[in-house]
Structures are given as C-alpha cells and as structure tokens.
Design a binder for this molecule. Structure first.
Ligand SMILES: *Cc1c(COP(=O)(O)O)cnc(C)c1O
Length: 355
C-alpha cells in the first residue's frame, strides 16, 4: 500500500530523548511533578474511567472563562495546544493555501501544514532571534489563511512587544487568522510583552493558544486551550477528534487551576533560575560576542550554529540532555537548581576543552 506521495516531503519530528537517570532539559517541561492534590484529582477521575469525558470539556471551559474573564463560547479545549494548532490549520487551510510562520519557531507548524497539503512560508528571525513582523507581513499572499506568532518564541525565548504586535495586527488582512501561540506566556515577567487574550477580545481574527503542559506542569496529561472569537472556536470544534481530551486531563487541569499559589511558586522558581543560568552563560565564551538572548520563557537559547549538535552531544555524555537544532542552536530548558548546575558544569567543561 502506498502512503500519500506528498508526505515524503514532511519533515520528521525531532523527538526529545527520555534517557533514564539523565538530567532532562530537552523538552521544556516543569521540573517538579504535579502536587498531591492534582494527583488525587487524577485518581478520582480514573474511578469513572469507564465513562466518556465531556465532549467539549464544559466544566473546564467554565472554570477557564471565569478565571480569564472571557465568555465560555470563546474557549476551545484540546489534547494539548498542539492539537489546537492542527485543528486551526485543518479548519482554515486546504491544498493551494499557505501559512506564514517565523523560522526558527515551533517545529510542529510546518509539519501540520504539510500534512494538510498546505504550503509553508517561513520568515527568518531577525539578528536578535526575534520575529521579524514587518517581513512576515510582506510574506502574506492572497493564498495565506493563517499566520503563527509564537510569543515567547520556541526555541529562542524572545518575545514581540505590545506596540509592534498592534502595528502588525492592524495591517494583517481581515481574512487571515493570526494565531498567537502563548505556550510560555506564564513565564513572562516583562510588562511590555502583550497578553494575547486581551488582544483577541478586541479583534475578529486573533486566536490565542495556551497550554497546561509548561507552567502548569501537566505535559504528560495533555491539555491546552484556545481563546478566540466564537466562530473560530466553532471551527476548531468542527474538526476535533471525538473525546480527544480525557476525563483525567480535564480533572487535572481543573485541579491545577484550584491551586494557583503552587503554580505561582513553581513559575517564580523557574524564572529565578532562568536569570541565574542566563547570567552564568553570558560569561562563557560559547557564542560569538558571548551572545545569549534574554529569555521570556522556561528555556534559554545558545545560537551555536554548526557547533550545536557537538555541544548537545557533549552535554549528553555528561548526563545532561539538551535540545540541538542542527545548524542553528541549542535550547536548554530551565530545571531545578542542581539540574541547572549540572548543565553549567558541562558547558564550562566544553569551553575549557575548546581552548
Ligand atoms: C509546548 C508547546 C506547545 C504546546 O504543547 P502541548 O503539550 O501540546 O500543549 C505549543 N506551542 C509551543 C510553541 C510549545 O513549545
């Protein structure tokens, strides 16, 4: 049996290794397990595991709506926010259409587009590893249906600012949906980085994606959400897999929302460590001009170019898994202090050997 010929051009995912006993700084996960209260909610949901979950996660949607101050019909829940990325592409794009995204950015966007037979127009990040919004605007064609803006950007950790995003949105044609992927929004501390949900509420063509996988520490449970005008939510629902969000995922997300101070504490710990690791890395002669972009997320970006794979392999041999993007750079997730120290020791050793 022949697989669709065009799938040969779809890039394979770069799957993070889950090596036992290694320090895992390669998937942007929260380094601490869910709290006992969340685990208990998961166990309670399992008791009713013989029953299908709510089709549209109504209880979770109501909780999110209340917390975010948006109407319930503005929220769609998905099996991770990646599934919502895919749903939006499926609902808005078909063969002959295209999407625009930055590069490097999240590697799922081009995969989902090509699987749907959709062209991808990638726009290089600027010299500071940030989205080049004016160039992205120019890349929009009459065939463009959707533009992804990953803010903060995975894997570089850079963010677009409120004013430049407004200027961009003012110029994007009304028939193009702008998807603000805010998977790392909870780690942002700069007041100048916009809250996409506030923007979505003011416009017709903006959808925001958020997830419980990163700051909320539920990557293994699979739940995320989209905040967008009701027509966009209806479009995402139209193409969703039936019962894609399990009972367990819905219960875990509600439980984690019930414990905001635990979440806040974890975020603060990660942000503190991010700044400490960043300061240490900027002192190391790893990158040209010691350049390590400031990060707004739970990871740091080392633009090592051709040396990226060698650096990641060197760290792996010392028991620290980081993520290499060959030819571009290495992304290091911020972990617990002792995990970050293990990474810094490996990085310092790498520099010492290179001398
Ligand atoms: C992690 C991530 C997501 C969401 O992942 P899920 O686990 O599917 O919720 C979405 N976008 C970006 C850029 C990410 O890094």
């Amino acid at each position: 049996m022949a697989i669709r010929a065009d799938l040969a051009a779809v890039p394979d995912y770069n799957i993070p290794r889950q090596t036992p006993d290694a320090v895992l700084l390669n998937a942007n996960e929260m380094p601490l397990p869910p709290s006992p209260a969340v685990v208990e909610a998961i166990a309670r949901a399992a008791v009713e595991g013989h029953r299908y979950p709510q089709w549209f996660s109504d209880t979770l949607v109501a909780r999110l709506a209340e917390g975010l101050g948006v109407p319930e019909r503005w929220i769609a829940v998905g099996c991770g926010s990646v599934s919502l990325c895919q749903q939006l592409i499926q609902a808005y794009c078909g063969p002959g259409d295209d999407i625009v995204c930055a590069w490097r950015s999240f590697d799922a966007y081009p995969v989902f587009a090509r699987v749907a037979g959709v062209e991808v127009r990638t726009v290089p990040l600027d010299a500071e590893h940030r989205h080049d919004l004016p160039a992205m605007l120019e890349a929009i064609t009459p065939a463009t249906r959707l533009v992804f803006v990953c803010n903060p950007n995975n894997p570089t950790g850079t963010a677009v600012r409120t004013r430049e995003l407004h200027e961009f949105l003012d110029r994007v044609p009304d028939n193009v949906l702008v998807v603000l992927d805010e998977a790392y929004w909870e780690f942002v501390t700069s007041p100048d980085v916009p809250d996409g949900i506030a923007l979505a509420l003011q416009r017709q063509n903006v959808a925001v994606l958020r997830t419980f996988s990163k700051a909320y520490g539920l990557a293994g449970i699979r739940v995320g959400y989209c905040v967008a005008p009701p027509a966009v939510v209806a479009a995402a629902h139209k193409v969703s897999v039936p019962f894609a969000v399990s009972r367990i995922a819905q219960a875990a997300a509600i439980a984690v929302l019930d414990h905001p101070s635990e979440v806040r504490h974890r975020i603060e710990t990660v942000v503190r460590e991010r700044e400490r690791v960043h300061a240490r890395l900027t002192r190391l002669p790893l990158c040209p001009g010691h350049q390590v972009p400031a990060s707004h997320a739970n990871f740091l970006w080392l633009p090592l170019g051709d040396r990226s794979t060698a650096f990641a392999d060197f760290c792996a041999r010392r028991g620290v898994m980081v993520r290499a993007f060959p030819g571009d750079g290495v992304r290091i997730t911020v972990g617990l202090p002792e995990e970050n120290d293990a990474f810094l020791r490996a990085a310092e050793r790498c520099v010492a050997l290179a001398r």
